[in-house]
Unconditional design. Structure first.
Length: 79
């Protein structure tokens, strides 16, 4: 597992690696999915609702947490 040691003694693990290892990279779920080249990018292929995008993000968080014991934090503001 790749990681970066931070100055405060904590470690940072790339979220993209965790998402890819969880099988989401390049996958489509209805009208939304995860970009084939960049696991951090969620894609609306046309017609996906905000709820569908949010559900996909939540599913990704849950699977990563189950597989690695790491809870990803969303960096976007949801309005």
């Amino acid at each position: 597992m790749p990681y970066f040691e931070m100055s405060d003694g904590n470690y940072k693990i790339p979220a993209a690696w965790l998402i890819e290892q969880s099988g989401f990279k390049g996958k489509r779920f209805g009208n939304c999915g995860v970009h084939e080249n960049q696991a951090l990018v969620l894609v609306n292929f046309g017609g996906a609702t905000g709820a569908e995008i949010l559900n996909l993000a939540t599913d990704i968080q849950n699977v990563v947490n189950q597989k690695f014991g790491i809870l990803l934090e969303m960096e976007v503001n949801i309005l």
